[in-house]
Design a protein around this ligand. Structure first.
Ligand code: AMP
Length: 214
């Protein structure tokens, strides 16, 4: 099973991808997480992309191509994967099509999570990530504002640099002007599952599962 989770930044792809990965026992591949890890480790890739990602720009396709080929052809992804944050350009979509055509067992699902820009800005400005266990929370939706609801660590929340409002607005414009075209690319190729990403997390999960079963 190969799932492509598509949607604007902040629509909830990461949260849903983690859940689906566990449910279907497939690997969650977040290109954003891979890049953040590279930046944190100051690897050659990290040094190249640090400025680009902090401004909310897209990392160039040639850099993403190396990263995605290496990831998707690795042994641990041979039974399937869930892609979160890739593809974001038509060139990336074309490369993915080529990679998928080489995979022996194909069962591709394309899920589009939908949300209004206003909801996304509200969500991202209040988004925090637990630095201990990686859980993503919205500060408005948890009762204890400085305790991770998953691992109970205190004061472990960090705000991503690109979750500042000006950067969020830029990321949304990149999504609308560039990434959104990817949806059209897939329109005649796969059955697109559309799910409202602004519902409660549990309802979004259920709606995705129901659509996959159908
Ligand atoms: P995300 O966590 O998916 O929102 O990604 C964070 C940042 O990483 C994005 O704003 C981009 O700068 C970069 N990035 C992640 N995935 C890609 C991609 N497929 N193509 C280009 N840049 C990406």
């Amino acid at each position: 099973m190969q799932i492509i989770l598509f949607g604007a930044p902040g629509v909830g792809k990461g949260t849903q991808a983690k859940y689906l990965a566990e449910k279907f026992k497939i690997n969650h591949i977040s290109t954003g997480d891979i890049l953040r890890e590279a930046v944190k480790n100051q690897s050659a890739l990290g040094l190249k992309v640090k400025e680009i990602t902090s401004r909310g720009e897209l990392v160039p396709d040639n850099i993403m191509a190396g990263l995605i080929k290496e990831t998707l052809f690795s042994e641990k992804n041979k039974n399937g994967f869930i892609l979160d944050g890739y593809p974001r350009t038509i060139d990336q979509a074309k490369l993915l099509e080529q990679i998928l055509s080489e995979l022996p067992n194909k069962n591709i699902y394309f899920i589009h999570l939908i949300a209004d820009a206003d909801v996304i800005v509200e969500r991202l400005t209040n988004r925090r990530v637990c630095s201990v266990c990686g859980t993503i929370v919205n500060l408005n939706l948890i009762s204890k504002k400085n305790e991770c609801p998953n691992c109970k660590s205190a004061d472990s929340f960090i705000k991503r640099k690109d979750d500042e409002e000006s950067v969020i607005r830029h990321r949304l414009s990149v999504y609308e002007n560039t990434t959104f075209q990817v949806l059209e690319f897939y329109r005649n190729k796969v059955n697109i599952i559309e799910v409202n990403g602004t519902d409660q997390i549990e309802s979004v999960k259920e709606n995705i599962l129901a659509a996959i079963k159908n």
